[in-house]
Design a protein around this ligand. Structure first.
Ligand code: 5GP
Length: 120
């Protein structure tokens, strides 16, 4: 079972405007902003606005509209940032073994360099 949602997590605070972020994109369902500690020249995080701990929680409980909106937002962010031709990587850590640190679902968008093999 997924842990209960902690509304004091840092991305919940960003969604409430309690701490700042470098916003890239926002719509009804999603918010995208630059990672504070980038691992590639472009490192954007895309999060759903709903209170979902992880990919597991979101995929099990979110409405079709939330899921569609979120998936489209991730694609939109990458296209608008010009990442399609050079290429990009999506990553969503989920749960203990993944080293997920922030317990609000986020998809990492990595780009801007040759990323190398997965998990390198
Ligand atoms: P995770 O390890 O949970 O998949 O990734 C969490 C990500 O959130 C990390 O890449 C980390 O740098 C980023 N992060 C943590 N706190 C903040 C913050 O306050 N603002 C922003 N923009 N990113 C954050």
């Amino acid at each position: 079972a997924t842990q209960p949602y902690d509304d004091q997590n840092v991305f919940a605070k960003i969604l409430r405007g309690e701490i700042p972020c470098r916003r890239v994109y926002e719509d009804e369902w999603s918010l995208a902003f630059h990672d504070i500690n980038p691992q590639s020249p472009t490192h954007i995080l895309v999060i759903p606005k709903g209170a979902y701990v992880s990919w597991d929680d979101f995929s099990a409980k979110a409405s079709d509209a939330e899921i569609t909106g979120f998936v489209r937002a991730v694609g939109h962010v990458a296209r608008e940032a010009g990442l399609v031709a050079p290429g990009y990587r999506l990553l969503a850590n989920t749960g203990t073994n993944s080293h997920q640190e922030v317990p609000h679902l986020h998809v990492h968008v990595f780009a801007g360099r040759q990323l190398g093999p997965l998990l390198a």
